[in-house]
Design a protein around this ligand. Sequence first.
Ligand SMILES: Cc1ncc(COP(=O)(O)O)c(C=O)c1O
Length: 442
Amino acid sequence: MKGPKIVSPIPGPKAQKIINLHKKVIMTTTMVPYPIVGSEAQGALVKDIDGNVYLDFSSAVAVANVGHNNPEVVKAVKAQAEKLIHFAGNDYYNEPQAQLAKELVSITPGKFSKKVFFSNSGAESVECAFKLARWHTKKPGMISFLGAFHGRTFGALSLSSCKSLHRKHFLPLVPSVVHVPYAYCYRCSFNLEYPDCDVWCASYIEEVLQHSYPKEDVAALIAEPIQGEAGYIVPPKEFLPKLEKICKKNGFIWIVDEVQSGFGRTGKMFACDNYGVQPDIICLAKALAAGLPMGATVARSEVANWEEGAHSNTYGGNLLACAASLANIRIIKKEKLCEKAFSLGEHALERLNEIKEESKIVGDARGKGLMIGVEFVKDKKTKENAVKETEKITVEAFKKGLILLPAGASCVRIAPPLNIQPELLDKGFDILSDAIKAVESG
Ligand SMILES: Cc1ncc(COP(=O)(O)O)c(C=O)c1O
């Protein structure tokens, strides 16, 4: 597949038909502001149903870390499908599930004994962590962060606080969750400056515990190592270690949600590895199985002590997903994709900083590896969110053949496959730069 290449009007005639049908029969609420009807894909390129080829800077929402339809993943899934597609992994035994759990125990941070629970999505992996923390501690309380996104099921949604809209008309949610400010240095909730602040946002949690939230009632603290849906917000290096210390000191279960940041995305196998932290529970999904639906919750063995029958599902440990995931991890290791993500990420941030220098509306560019956020503002001094402009930039880029994923109030996420060719990465930044210029010049 070659591209990006636009060969038909957008949307093309075939796409328009599917979009009309979709609108009639599908109950979704989160479609992007441009019309793409995906039909096939390879690596970092996606072909739509009318033959237009797009460069995917989203990896289909941080999933295709080893590239779309990686041939080794396809081969592994085909081979497994010939043998056995499903054999309820929470009720019966199967080898791929056991092998994958062994692999996850070995590659996740912390050289201690761990156990894995398999599910089907990020929200479910968080649900499991939430339930396990309550089960293990017999306490109700959870500490989470403003801007957090952990999924849409009731438990996961209770921990989330990215946009009020996500929670509107769903209240009351699971009680006893408190949200505290994240280390969003570009828009510090306390109006402080790093490093002079001494990462006060982490210390503030102790204030909350002292004045309003009894630590004796807290089961766990959950954090994304880099906030995802909020716009790829990278905290300063001290933030996560400080959170880990607070958990240890107060006896909280330390949960890290690596659903969006895992599997090489940040230049290390897991984002936690950038900060030297070792959570008690790690939530995984998205890039875990290279496009097959799978979630996993990896917990310290001594925490994973719930009794028979406490938690289960039908599809967890599905054999096709396990085969895909084992191939996925093999590829990441064999092709040194963490190292690639790291060096491509350095180059990407250089390009973005050049774009930021020239632009009046690029307020912030930040990232680790190929998990990069760009935040658009109306004015660099007031930092007013450039909401309409952000949407226009994503639409303009799309018309030129680039898929960008919006996030937060006025951010786009840059998260291409980790094995993207350097020329394609540069091509994407050329398109992004042109799109920004086009929107700036009205
Ligand atoms: C950090 C994080 N956790 C959990 C989820 C929920 O995952 P899913 O959409 O697979 O339920 C997401 C999804 O974007 C996420 O980014």
